[in-house]
Design a protein around this ligand. Structure first.
Ligand SMILES: C[S@@+](CC[C@H](N)C(=O)[O-])C[C@H]1O[C@@H](n2cnc3c(N)ncnc32)[C@H](O)[C@@H]1O
Length: 273
């Protein structure tokens, strides 16, 4: 066999092994069939470290983060995103981190405080759908937007304040109801009112739902000068400070800030014990 033929044969062998699971699912016509027996998602994990900056780099990174957010405040659409035609307010880099977290943790439940148009809830539900696991419960006081929020079998909407004890009790009961294939994980995302006392109350109410190894994400910790929107007043960043002063069960996982730009600095809180 000439060299080119050997190379082709080797490539077929390697590809055949990689695609083994799919090959079993080949439909009679040769098209790839859905392979129900194959676990969706692969095993690759990014071995990231916390970004370290020189003073000049810090200024550059903070300056860009400030510009990115200010441009949105001035009417630019830096954090106004469309997910499948539904609006969400996020930095796409943070959405990518969510994708990695959800793939790693396979949460049975994702609790989102702050629904708005429902674009972020739909994004999270789509990831669950792709992985074949997980449901989203999302809470908002504003029900005027409900008629235009997305309908999805993996999304449940709750009307009310995230800190109302009856809402907390309903979410707690939902999360306790886990599927037979439960991972035991819950991901909590706080993206409702961004004032310090409200976020601190949410942290206290929802942190017990997160098991060791799980995450509680405090969004928009970048405001009040961290490094943007200095006039905001005490917000999520200050709530994180207060929360970490009263518990050592959680710590910011700054490896989740490896893209250098995030709306949630120190906001990816990982439960240690
Ligand atoms: C930043 S938006 C949420 C954005 C959404 N998560 C997204 O990324 O598309 C904040 C939402 O929190 C809601 N909100 C404000 N105070 C709240 C509270 N106490 N409880 C629940 N939701 C609240 C507002 O009505 C608003 O829809």
């Amino acid at each position: 066999m000439e060299l080119r033929g050997v190379k082709r044969a080797l490539r077929r062998l390697v590809l055949g092994k990689k695609l083994g699971a799919y090959v079993e699912g080949l439909a009679p016509g040769g098209a790839l069939a859905a392979v129900a027996s194959t676990e969706p998602g692969g095993g690759f994990r990014v071995d990231a470290t916390e970004p370290v900056f020189s003073p000049d780099e810090r200024r550059l990174v903070d300056g860009f983060a400030d510009l990115y957010y200010r441009r949105w405040q001035q009417g630019g659409h830096t954090i106004t995103l469309s997910w499948l035609g539904y609006q969400t307010l996020k930095c796409p880099l943070d959405l990518w981190i969510y994708q990695e977290l959800i793939t790693e943790l396979r949460p049975d439940w994702i609790v989102e405080c702050g629904t708005r148009f429902g674009g972020s809830a739909l994004y999270l539900a789509c990831l669950c759908e792709l992985l074949g696991h997980g449901q989203v419960v999302t809470i908002d006081t504003d029900q005027s937007l409900q008629p235009i929020r997305p309908v999805h079998p993996r999304i449940r909407y709750l009307a009310g304040s995230s800190t109302d004890p009856s809402i907390v009790a309903r979410v707690t009961a939902l999360v306790a109801d886990r599927p037979a294939s439960a991972s035991g994980q819950t991901l909590v995302i706080l993206d409702s009112a961004h004032d310090r006392d409200h976020v601190l109350a949410e942290l206290r109410a929802y942190s017990p739902l997160v098991p060791p190894g799980g995450y509680l994400v405090v969004e928009d910790s970048n405001v009040n000068g961290h490094p943007t929107n200095p006039g905001h007043g005490p917000g999520p960043w200050e709530a994180i400070d207060a929360f970490l002063a009263e518990t050592d069960r959680f710590a910011p996982d700054r490896t989740r800030e490896r893209f250098l730009l995030t709306m949630n600095p120190r906001g990816y809180l990982r439960r240690k014990t």
